[in-house]
Write a protein that binds this ligand. Structure first.
Ligand code: FAQ
Length: 311
């Protein structure tokens, strides 16, 4: 029978019990979750920017309504993820401060530009597709509040993915210019989407411990492989070519083999030197500054209500 608190904790995790905010947990478990959940929240909020760029230029009213709903969903995901991080004792002000100062990480993928309407299709298809692959197992994460938030997030992501794939389908069945646009978007988003899953297992600093704690259920490479296996047939159905000359189906394993990822590009983007890192942080800082009057008004209103309640 387990003796110390660490062993008892691990035994609960091994028994698939959910860990709740008031339960005892190792400091490392708490820190890992605050790190991952806050990076995830920042990704959702920064992730609104590349697509927000196309709301005013969506080609039809129907496309605009769907894109608006998707970008709003992402804002909502960010908010419940910040709340999940708060259940671990993190302060939302500190987390947002770390994002705005450039200290906190957010997903590398959102540092690439959206050059054409086809990029909105490619983001839904590939970026949300990758997000679902990574996040469905997080619905079974050992930490209750994160696992529960993920259930709703994944349902919404699945709508986002279909929205994107349907744009790609329309373009790939369209004029030659539209087909070229779809292919160009796939060319630019394919490799960055594979990088979303994080460094290879051999390089991943946190995977082994996070898997022992059942925060992560599958390794970065396992999820990346599943994504490639699921997505290549979808590209074929669209009549598009995945930009990887080494891509080949391996009959023996039943999986696609794919070419080497350019990890130097990934590292550059993580260091803040990707195509849009500066622009993204600039946009978040401006939104924060422009929203100062709303925060002040909300605080003043809350103080007035409190004073009235006491009177
Ligand atoms: N970008 O040891 P590992 C979305 C960092 S989907 C930037 O493998 P871990 C929806 C990692 O944080 C995107 N940094 O780390 C949407 C760590 O840095 P640290 C968000 C990355 O945590 C769609 C270091 O490298 N999804 O937003 C990346 O075990 C469309 C070492 O890596 C999530 O956040 C990267 N790609 O595994 C919104 C899902 N990869 O902290 C709008 C939850 C790794 O030591 C539009 N997160 N790093 O300084 C996770 O599942 C995990 O955190 C991983 C990384 C798998 C991302």
């Amino acid at each position: 029978t387990p003796t110390g608190p660490e062993e008892r904790f691990q035994a609960r995790v091994d028994a698939e019990e959910k860990i709740e905010p008031r339960d005892w947990m190792p400091d490392g478990y708490r820190r890992t979750l605050i790190r991952q959940i806050s990076q995830h929240a920042h990704s959702e909020i920064v992730g609104m920017l590349p697509e927000g760029n196309w709301i005013t230029r969506a080609p039809t009213l129907r496309r605009k309504v769907a894109l608006l709903a998707k970008v709003q969903d992402e804002g909502g995901h960010g908010l419940y993820l910040y709340s999940a991080a708060e259940t671990l004792g993190a302060s939302r002000g500190d987390l947002v401060g770390d994002l705005l100062s450039g200290k906190a990480k957010y997903s590398s993928i959102f540092n690439y530009p959206t050059l054409t309407w086809a990029d909105i299709g490619a983001i839904g298809w590939l970026v949300d597709g990758a997000a679902i692959m990574n996040q469905v197992p997080l619905c079974r994460c050992s930490y209750g509040p994160y696992a529960r938030a993920m259930v709703r997030i994944c349902r919404e992501e699945s709508f986002h993915q279909r929205q994107g794939y349907e744009i790609m389908l329309a373009l790939s069945r369209g004029t030659d210019a539209q087909k070229r646009m779809a292919q160009d978007a796939l060319n630019r988003w394919w490799w960055p989407s594979l990088m979303m899953f994080g460094p290879s297992d051999a390089q991943s600093a946190h995977s082994a411990q996070s898997m022992r704690w059942k925060i992560k259920r599958f390794s970065n490479d396992e999820l990346r492989q599943r994504f490639v296996d699921a997505t290549v047939p979808q590209a074929e159905f669209l009549g598009l070519t995945v930009p990887d000359p080494d891509l080949a189906f391996d009959e023996a394993t039943g999986h696609y083999r794919f070419g080497a990822i350019d990890w130097s590009e990934f590292e550059r983007v993580l260091k803040g030197d990707g195509p849009c890192n500066r622009e993204r942080l600039e946009a978040r800082r401006k939104a924060w500054d422009d929203g100062a009057w709303v925060r002040e008004a909300a605080l003043a209103h809350a103080r007035k209500k409190e004073a009235r309640a006491q009177a």
